[in-house]
Design a protein around this ligand. Structure first.
Ligand SMILES: [Fe+2]
Ligand SMILES: [Fe+2]
Length: 188
């Protein structure tokens, strides 16, 4: 498998989630209230899967390796732009998460802020993904030998494996904190 294979498969799952977000926003546009359970799931997906799992592998592994290569100026500019876009998406997802917490607390205006942030992200991701799939990833692959690609695929697997434990350790720690205010969670 080429190194971009897993990233493109992840793009497809992100696309399926975006389709669901679009459906939710369409319902809101027709006057239905936001479904807080869906919002929570979408926030989790965008922050954990799209940003940490997916952008994490792109930035920390693929782009890091490419940064050591002699990229053409257009390819380097394209990579820098993708990193800037990740930063924008991360910030917008953080704002979305903040609004989602306000919604859970009954905050006024939270639903509008959530809908706006979701709309921004739904408009952003397909363009970003298309540029990676059609333009940047094919160019990136040409800089990496077969051996480098196989090594990076193994790093991808290690990255995902480490992250799943980190995510659930964090979840348990936050639940412990919520139950025991003022007490530190157990460290491992
Ligand atoms: Fe990306
Ligand atoms: Fe991507």
């Amino acid at each position: 498998m080429q190194v971009i294979g897993p990233l493109m498969i992840e793009h497809r799952l992100i696309g399926r989630m975006l389709a669901l977000v679009r459906l939710e926003l369409e319902g809101v546009r027709r006057g239905r209230p936001l479904n807080p359970g869906f919002v929570q799931a979408a926030v989790d997906f965008i922050r954990v899967y799209a940003d940490r799992v997916h952008h994490g592998k792109e930035e920390d592994l693929l782009f890091r390796e490419l940064a050591r290569k002699s990229l053409t100026p257009p390819d380097r500019a394209a990579m820098d732009e993708l990193v800037r876009e990740h930063a924008w998406a991360r910030k917008r997802a953080g704002e979305l998460a903040g609004a989602s917490e306000r919604l859970a607390g009954g905050g006024s205006g939270a639903a509008d802020d959530i809908a706006k942030a979701l709309l921004d992200l739904v408009e952003f991701y397909p363009k970003h993904i298309e540029r990676e799939d059609r333009r940047f990833f094919p160019a990136a692959t040409a800089y990496l030998s077969e051996q480098e690609q196989q090594a990076m695929l193994r790093e991808f697997a290690d990255f995902d494996r480490g992250l799943i434990h980190e995510i659930y350790r964090g979840l348990v720690a936050s639940l412990e904190m919520a139950r025991l205010p003022g007490q530190e969670p157990e460290s491992d």
